[in-house]
Design a protein around this ligand. Sequence first.
Ligand SMILES: [Zn+2]
Length: 237
Amino acid sequence: MILDEQVLGLADDHLVDLAELNALGVSGNFALVKEAGEAFVAMQKAASDDGIDCQIYSGFRSFNAQSSIWEQKWFGERPTLNDAEEQVELHHLSELDKMHAILRFSALPGASRHHWGTDIDVYDARCVNDANYNLKLVPSEYEAGGICADLNAWMMENAEKFEFTRPYAQDRGGIGIEPWHYSYAPVAQKIIQNFPLAALHQQIIQYSLAGKHIVLANLDIVYNRYILNNSNIKDAL
Ligand SMILES: [Zn+2]
């Protein structure tokens, strides 16, 4: 059972270090819930046997870390990209449109699947390092011809055997397509089915977050479109 504060990224005591589970390479520096970590290590070894260096680029992220990403985007200190991988000029937008632009690829603090210890962004470390490439985590890097194309093809074929699925495989008008993001379904599905929306609401009220009034006024929309990620394109327009 995962507690509300763990779902919201306010605690990390439900996680185990992947080094203890003998993860290869940099992934040993990350932590996940034990079942997800064990499944990841098994998947990583299978990938390695097929010549793919599957490493975690981003794993657990705390509420504070997500809040820092959110604030940097809100104040334009960090680029917010659109679907064409171009930077959005946020200062031209209303606060509501700005919120939606950020939420397309960055979660509201307290509402990131990266808080849960079940979700990871993966990349092909050998390809990236050999090319001395600066990974941006954009879809083109995972498409044919991209630096992580081989990893992507391997994951598409094999990840489900290890119960990792892609919550952002399709564009439903909420979160954009993220080929790098995988989720350990047995635990993550239980979390999303019991998501503590009231506790998130309380946390945002108590916290000094940029744009909090617009977020609170639209929390039901944010929940449906970006947390459940089950709205469709029509709702987004
Ligand atoms: Zn991710």
